[in-house]
Every structure is written in C-alpha cells, then in structure tokens.
Design a protein around this ligand. Structure first.
Ligand code: CP
Length: 312
C-alpha cells in the first residue's frame, strides 16, 4: 500500500497505486459511516481549517463531516466575513492561518492555480476542494469510488462525460483519473463546450449525444456552468436540453445497466431530466454524495499519516 503525497492538489501527480490505496481506505470509511458509531481517532489532536472562497454545499459539508468523524478540530472560515473583504491577499490570509498551526487546510478558490500557490507558503497539508477550471481531485476520487462499487471494477469501462467540459474542473480531474485507470473516455457536447484540444488528452470527442453515449457503461452529466460563461456558448437552454439533455430516450443508447452520474448541483431540465436523476435503478447521484464523505476521510487520513511520518 502506497500513498506518498504531501498535499492533494490534483489528480495529475497521483500514481494509479496511490489512487487504489485511497479508494480501498475510503471503502472502509463507507462501512464506518453506515454504522451507528461514526467515529474514529485517525485525526485526533489535529486541526483542520476549511477555506471556501466559492460557494459549495456538497464539498464543504462533506469535508467538515469527514474531519469531525475522524476526531479533528474543524474550523470553517467564513470567507465573506474575513479580512479578505478589507483587501488582505490570499497569501497573507494563508500565512496568518498557518501561524495558528493547522495540520490540514482545505481550500476552494475561483482561480486556477490559487490552491497550488497557497500550498507553497504553508507548513501543513493542503487539499484542493476545487480551483477555477483546473482540478477538483476529491470529486474525481469520489466518482471513481462510486463507479468501482457500481461496476465492480475501475478499468476498461466506456465512460461518456457529457456537457460543459470547457468550464469544468470536474471533467479535467475525471479525465486524468479515468485515463490513469485505463478506461475509454468519450466527451460529448457542442463544440463551444467541448474544445477539440481535449482530443489530445486521448479522449474521443462527439457532437451528437446518442452516438456519444452508445454502448457506454457510465454516463456522467455535467452542469452547465453559467457563472463561468461570458458569451453565447449555447443558443438557448431549451435548445441545449433538446440536443444534449439526458432523458430516457437518449439514455436508451447506453448499455442497459449503464449508470448515470452528476457531480451536482444539477440544473434539472437543462442538462438532465429530473426523472432520470431520481431513478434509483439508473442514477447513482446520491451514492456520489455518500462516497464524498468517505473519500475525504481517506484523503485526510492518508495525508495526516504522511505528516506524522507514518506514511502508507
Ligand atoms: N460537486 C461539487 O463540488 O458540489 P458543491 O459545489 O456543492 O461542493
């Protein structure tokens, strides 16, 4: 078993063995979380600070729960009420918190690369909770755990990632992870949202939803990220739903046992039909949320072991 990383900034530097190690540990935390006593002392005595410069429901809540279930002292910085609002820089904010001796810093930031930069300035382990369009590593890891548990393996699967690839850090981290684990990845969407450069990452690019998901084991839908769009990427939401929204008719082109995923938050009726999203026979969206807590517990546990020199 091996996990050598000091920080979790992205999927890019991780070796497949490290990914497997983390997922195996996360499996054990799924069992803990399903039990009545959801507690371990893996992070006892350690301090975890969560800094979210961008809105979040799933990631922030699950990092907080993960730290508390592992016995850490967890502090959620209210960034809207912090001295950032008085003009303090990200680096000065990080140095200030670093002086309070945290062990784990969980950071979400709207700018790509901001979390890496911050990690260079502090002594503790830093976990990237999503930076701009760059990476969202724990999302890709929780998606991987969901797929592995649903399909019984995480290799040689046909996986379609559909929708707004261009603005998505989730897509980027998933592409990196799923390639490392030797899956076949198709990217599906209009050319404005699926840049042809992604073909250079070894993905097949499709402009037609039915062709793109035909015979797939996994159909991963992505949110249309309207807040990151500054131009006319789609003609209208109605037209987008007609061509690229996942409904029962389009899903019928995937394998009969294909699973449907979405990282959330969803735009129902834009990228996905609410009936498909709620269909417990096809959709694993709630399982993704559940796996999020376990994966974040595993990630912080492994980084804490490395901090203490007890690396896995
Ligand atoms: N999937 C995801 O990152 O969701 P939140 O923005 O709610 O954390």
């Amino acid at each position: 078993m091996t996990f050598r990383a000091r920080h979790l900034l992205g999927i890019e530097p991780l070796h497949p063995v490290e990914i497997t190690t983390l997922l195996d540990l996360a499996d054990s935390y799924v069992d803990l979380n399903r039990g009545s006593a959801k507690h371990s002392d893996a992070l006892a005595g350690l301090t975890q600070i969560n800094m979210f410069f961008e809105n979040s429901t799933r990631t922030q809540a699950s990092f907080e729960l993960a730290g508390k279930r592992l016995g850490a002292d967890v502090m959620n910085m209210a960034m809207q009420a912090s001295s950032i609002k008085k003009g303090e820089t990200l680096i000065d904010t990080a140095l200030t918190l670093n002086a309070m001796h945290p062990d784990l810093l969980v950071v979400r930031h709207p700018h790509s690369g901001a979390v890496d930069l911050l990690a260079q300035k502090v002594n503790c382990a830093v976990l990237n909770a999503g930076d701009g369009r760059h990476e969202h590593p724990t999302q890709a890891l929780l998606d991987a755990l969901t797929i592995r548990r649903a399909k019984g393996r995480l290799h040689r699967l046909n996986i379609a990632i559909c929708g707004d690839i261009a603005h998505s850090r989730v897509a980027r981290s998933n592409i990196l992870l799923l390639h490392k684990m030797e899956n076949r990845i198709r990217l599906v969407g209009p050319p404005t949202l699926v840049p042809s450069a992604f073909g250079e990452l070894g993905c097949e690019v499709y402009g037609d939803m039915r062709e793109g998901i035909e015979g797939c084991d996994v159909v991963m839908m992505l949110r249309l990220q309207k807040e990151r769009m500054d131009g006319g990427f789609i003609p209208s939401e109605r037209e987008y739903y007609h061509r690229f929204g996942l409904d029962a008719e389009k899903l019928s082109f995937a394998k009969d046992d294909a699973i449907v995923m979405h990282p959330g938050p969803m735009n129902r009726g834009v990228e996905i039909d609410g009936v498909i999203a709620d269909d417990i026979n096809r959709s694993v969206i709630q399982e993704q949320v559940e796996m999020g807590v376990a994966v974040r517990m595993a990630a912080m546990d492994l980084l804490a072991r490395n901090l203490r020199g007890e690396g896995a």
